[in-house]
Design a binder for this molecule. Structure first.
Ligand code: SAH
Ligand code: SF4
Ligand code: F3S
Length: 469
């Protein structure tokens, strides 16, 4: 699960399809698009609504409030929201005949980017709320119930995390033994293809005490693995507990001391923010999992420059050498864009060369999608859809081959596995390897939340089968 892969993810609880009796708790259905930061935000919004008496449901037909937490990163992601809104509008119209209300809210990066335009295009929408103001959701809902349509897309000056309620212990436990924790938001890098600096605002780091307290609450509720999140997570910095300036490496060392937290991860990082301390943490901290998502986008210096990535292909490869020297078994993951304006065959070949050079355990590949308001959209030399398609296929084939090679190389090895949940088949449980693959084990191999050593016996397309070592 990387910043770029989750196309849609429903946050919800007990599936109940009976009609809601009068006077029962109101229900909210949240649908999440985009990255893990949205998954985290959806949980925090659900927690804020729980404090207002809303119960989460994963059956949209039962909902009194539908909240779409949206993504603006590529055109397709943004367009999905409008087709979903069409379906919900029809539901709302049917509902109106029975007298039961259905409120529709749009949150996330499309909300921030398009604001009131969403209500113009989809008049059934009651509220539009940007990612920086989720703590105002209860107040916004109260005003919506008073008959207003609300667009709330300011960048709040107050810290939303200070004001968002923490989930109840039972709720955390229900969400499982792995959890996300946003430590950093926003981006000041302004890559020329990307909307994130506009939808999420400038870089903000949450304070150490707030992060530690949240991680402790997670651990107390049984969470064993925490993934720290940020659009530029390794740009995180803050005042340490001893007064000095801390970077992400130092924060990870601190979090590793929390009893119960056995595994730490972080995503997504930018190559320019991988400092010595963070690289050293990969060497010194066994709890820091040997998997690093480090997007590079292109292997061509010309294109990297046009993208405003502010590093060369050589810089990136040198960095990976240093990371691998610190932690030999680290698996690399990345993001790539094909068909950025001006990309020639030679530029694309340079990307293939870089991929061969690094050898990725996984990678996410995208066709360049011009985004309104970004410099890239205005550049000359847009690449045809046919060429983008062809390049995407070639790059995907290479990446798949590397991914399969990585998984095949695990057969016979003994690895640690965090048992996460019951398997799809009876008699099985599913765990997670240090490199993020699902590991299928016998039900009796251990309980949920246990970390056990297993021997890999065979592989599936993206999973591992194992027996107790
Ligand atoms: N902060 C992260 C990436 C966040 S967006 C970083 O700097 O690496 C996740 C991924 O979406 C990016 O890495 C990029 O590969 C892809 N992406 C972003 N904008 C895009 C666009 N306009 N078209 C295609 N892919 C895009
Ligand atoms: Fe987007 Fe670049 Fe910021 Fe990543 S670093 S979020 S790609 S602008
Ligand atoms: Fe999408 Fe916003 Fe995340 S644009 S990728 S949901 S930061």
């Amino acid at each position: 699960m990387e910043l770029s892969t989750i196309e849609s993810h429903d946050i919800g609880t007990a599936p109940e399809h009976q009609p809601v009796p009068a006077g029962a708790a109101k229900k909210v259905f949240v649908k999440t698009y985009g990255c893990q930061m949205n998954v985290y935000d959806s949980q925090r919004m659900t927690d804020a609504l729980a404090a207002e008496g809303y119960v989460a449901t994963d059956a949209v037909e039962d909902a009194d409030l539908v909240l779409l937490n949206t993504c603006h990163i590529r055109e397709k992601a943004a367009e999905k929201v409008y087709s979903e809104l069409g379906r919900i509008r029809d539901m709302k119209a049917e509902r109106a005949e029975t007298g039961r209300e259905l409120l529709i809210g749009v949150a996330g990066c499309v909300a921030q980017a398009e604001g009131a335009e969403i209500i113009r295009r989809a008049p059934a929408v009651d509220l539009v709320i940007g990612p920086q103001t989720y703590h105002r959701l209860p107040d916004v809902l109260a005003r919506v119930r008073g008959g207003q349509k609300i667009v709330e897309t300011d960048y709040a000056i107050e810290d939303k995390f200070e004001h968002l309620p923490q989930p109840k212990r039972a709720e955390v436990a229900k969400r499982g033994v792995t959890a996300f924790l946003t430590v950093q938001e926003g981006c000041d890098k302004f890559c020329t293809f990307c909307v994130v600096p506009y939808t999420r605002g400038s870089e903000v780091s949450r304070p150490v005490a707030q992060i530690v307290a949240e991680a402790e609450r997670l651990a107390e509720a049984g969470v064993r693995e925490v993934t720290l999140l940020g659009q530029n997570v390794n740009a995180w910095h803050g005042e340490g507990e001893n007064g000095g300036e801390w970077g992400l490496g130092r924060l990870l060392l601190r979090l590793a001391k929390i009893p119960g937290l056995a595994r730490l991860r972080y995503t997504t990082s930018h190559p320019r923010d991988m400092d010595d301390e963070l690289i050293a943490a990969h060497r010194d901290l066994p709890a820091l999992m040997p998997y690093l998502h480090l997007p590079v986008q292109s292997g061509s210096d010309r294109i990297l420059k046009a993208m405003n990535r502010r590093h060369t292909a050589r810089d990136y490869l040198t960095l990976i050498d240093r990371i691998r020297a610190a932690r030999g078994d680290i698996a690399m993951s990345g993001d790539f864009i094909v068909g950025f304006p001006g990309e020639t065959d030679a530029d694309f070949e340079a990307t293939l060369k870089l991929v061969r050079n690094v050898s990725y355990a996984s990678a996410f590949t995208f066709k360049y999608s011009p985004r309104p308001g970004t410099p890239g959209a205005e550049m000359d030399g847009h690449v045809s859809e046919a060429v983008k398609d062809e390049r995407l296929q070639r790059l995907q084939a290479l990446v798949n081959e590397q991914q399969q090679g990585f998984i095949a190389g695990m057969v016979g090895r003994t690895i640690s596995t965090l048992i996460e949940k019951p398997g799809r088949r009876p008699g099985q449980k599913v765990g997670r390897s240090p490199w993020l693959q699902p590991v299928i084990v016998d039900d009796k191999a251990g309980g949920i939340g246990d970390i056990i050593d297993v021997r890999i016996t065979k592989t599936g397309p993206n999973s591992l089968f194992a027996e107790l070592a």
